[in-house]
Design a protein around this ligand. Structure first.
Ligand SMILES: Nc1nc2c(c(=O)[nH]1)N[C@H]1C(S)=C(S)[C@@H](COP(=O)(O)O)O[C@H]1N2
Ligand SMILES: [Mo]
Length: 572
């Protein structure tokens, strides 16, 4: 800036514009954080991100998810789904700041030859209109009234654009003139603006610009820190603790609930095996929303209509009282779960069998499928034949003996045995009986149409710190899970250092639709050893040994874990 020719205004550059855009956007986002957490107002960076996730091509999204899961598991960043959501949320804000910087640069570049606050105000209005459109199309988390939300979005956006425009105008005024900061009120009495003609830039005026920019930066920083800080405080108050990050590595594990159906099985999991029944706050969460849709129970009714003799409108109470209660211990897995990953969990599901509900609605002869829609725009199709053959397919309103949490689909989600999570909508808002098949949300994006769960086995632990003595031998407990959807597990085998495959012991599962805990106590040998595991499903079919990534049909391959075993201290 200091090298501009004499006699020309040292116009604020596009780079300065990017800087100003970034600062003002940070302050605006902080205000939005505050508005969202204190008043339930919409948060445009998340809306923009959710919108992008819905319109970008499926393979791009998949590559993104793969990269994210890869980074999280590779760097050991903790529980995958919570970490992924945090990273996505960060990315959403960073993208938004990037857009703000671009807008600032563009505005400054377009205004090289004049100074006015108007282009900023226009840009702010356009940005506000875009944010209102996003809010109306994808947001399901704002609980403030729509009118207030729209006014808020417009106000912040116009304020944002106006602030950028104002800063540009001030920088323009400050660039060429006098040694003192040319506050209008400091102009000599009677002076007109004509007297503030462009002159050769002088060093002191450049310093003034810097001072002014510093002041802008300081103000933006204060707003950002106070807004975001207050927002976070208020939010933590409301939301409570994040899902815990409990390591499954060799450490403590929560006592098994005593009332579980397999409590009598003497085979205990090897120390360090993941909990057989997943504590609810540790159950993974995967969906297309940065913040889960908050469906209000009040006024919620489930329409079951389309090709039926008797259309139904069911309240939550109807679902609980009109149909027999079904309870099922279920292991749910995301199709994006890598072999050995933590996007899998087991809990007790409860609800009403779809057979019972359809018996009341009476599908017409030409009916063949259910179209299920959800509050977040997610959807899936279920064949009536599948439902007729399996009374376990149910609409679930409870998990772990309590109403579904907001994250896990309140008020209603479906359970379909043997299928990955992508086939099983949460936050259900409607069920339509139709004649023709239609692809569901993730199927349209290139994932497996059936999404039948793969047979997989995982080594959770090589319990080098929990050696046992049996018949004069020292043994290392090795263990983990094996899972094959609703097909069950008939056999698990362990291979140590490329030796022969040896049969592991199996604990009675919680049900025929949960994972099975396996255990293998290996005669201790010092040194580094690798433990591999493979499983056979209930029909005796061995798992796929070939490693495949999650897309499109779920990850396969042999999981293994290496450990260095040291001779236990004598007498210990
Ligand atoms: N409405 C809706 N339902 C959904 C999804 C979603 O994005 N929206 N994601 C699905 C996927 S991919 C999975 S793995 C499961 C995860 O359920 P959970 O978060 O309760 O573990 O929800 C399924 N149901
Ligand atoms: Mo999933």
């Amino acid at each position: 800036m200091a090298h501009e020719q004499q006699g020309r205004r040292a116009n604020p550059s596009a780079a300065t514009g990017a800087l100003v855009g970034g600062l003002v956007t940070a302050a605006a986002v902080a205000l939005q954080v505050l508005g969202a957490s204190a008043f339930g107002l919409p948060f445009p960076p998340f809306d923009a991100f959710d919108w992008l996730a819905r319109i970008l091509p499926g393979n791009m999204i998949t590559a993104g998810i793969d990269a994210l899961v890869g980074v999280i598991t590779g760097l050991n960043l903790g529980e995958t789904s919570a970490t992924a959501k945090a990273l996505e949320q960060t990315l959403a804000v960073v993208l938004f700041l990037g857009l703000g910087m671009a807008a600032g640069a563009l505005l400054f570049a377009l205004q090289r030859r004049y100074s006015s606050i108007w282009p900023g105000l226009v840009a702010g209005t356009v940005a506000g209109a875009l944010m209102v459109a996003l809010y109306l199309s994808v947001n399901q988390t704002a609980i403030a009234s729509p009118v207030v939300s729209v006014l808020w979005l417009l106000a912040v956006a116009v304020g944002w654009g106006g602030a950028i425009g104002y800063v540009h105008a001030r920088l323009w005024q400050l660039s060429p003139i006098v040694a003192e900061p040319p506050m209008i009120s400091a102009a000599p009495a009677g002076a007109t603006h004509a007297e503030y003609r462009p002159g050769p830039p002088v060093e002191s005026s450049l310093i003034n610009r810097r001072q002014f920019l510093l002041r802008v930066g300081g103000t933006a920083a204060v707003i950002t820190v106070v807004g975001a800080g207050l927002g976070t405080l208020l939010k933590d108050d409301q939301v409570g603790p994040q899902p815990g990050q409990v390591s499954t590595e060799g450490g403590e594990q929560p006592a098994l609930p005593a009332n579980l159906p397999n409590a009598g099985d003497p085979l205990r999991p090897a120390p360090g095996t993941r909990p057989e029944y997943t504590p609810l706050d540790q159950h993974y969460r995967i969906d297309i929303n940065l913040i889960p849709p908050d469906v209000s129970a009040e006024g919620w009714v489930l329409p079951v209509d389309g090709l039926v003799a008797q259309p139904l409108r069911l309240t939550l109470d109807d679902l609980r009282t009109r149909y027999p209660l079904r309870e099922q211990y279920v292991t749910l897995s995301c199709i994006s779960n890598p072999v050995g990953g933590d996007l899998i969990g087991t809990t007790l599901w409860a609800g009403a069998s779809l057979q019972d509900i359809l018996a009341e609605a009476r599908p017409l002869p030409e009916a063949a499928y259910l179209r299920i829609t959800a509050a977040d725009g997610f959807d899936e199709t279920v064949a009536l034949d599948l439902i007729r053959g399996d009374a376990r397919i149910m609409l679930c309103y409870a998990w772990d003996n309590q109403p579904l949490t907001v994250e896990h689909g309140f008020p209603l989600r479906i359970y379909i045995p043997d299928r990955y999570g992508m086939k099983q909508p949460k936050w259900i808002t409607g069920i339509q009986v139709v004649a023709d098949y239609e692809e569901g949300y993730w199927v349209r994006r290139g994932w497996d149409e059936i999404a039948r769960m793969q047979t997989t086995a995982v080594v959770d632990t090589v319990a080098a710190q929990a050696l046992i003595e049996e018949g004069g031998r020292v043994l290392v407990p090795v263990g983990g899970i094996a899972h094959a959807g609703a097909r069950g597990i008939s056999r698990v085998e362990v291979q140590v250092d490329n030796g022969p495959w040896q049969e592991a012991r199996l604990r009675t599962p919680l049900s025929e639709t949960t994972w099975v805990i396996w255990r293998y106590d290996w005669p201790f040998q010092e040194g580094q050893h690798t433990f591999a595991v493979r499983a056979y499903d209930g029909d005796g079919v061995m798992q796929e040994l070939e490693p495949h990534g999650p897309r499109p049909s779920g990850a396969t391959g042999v999981h293994s874990r290496s450990a260095t075993l040291e001779q236990p201290a004598a007498g210990g």
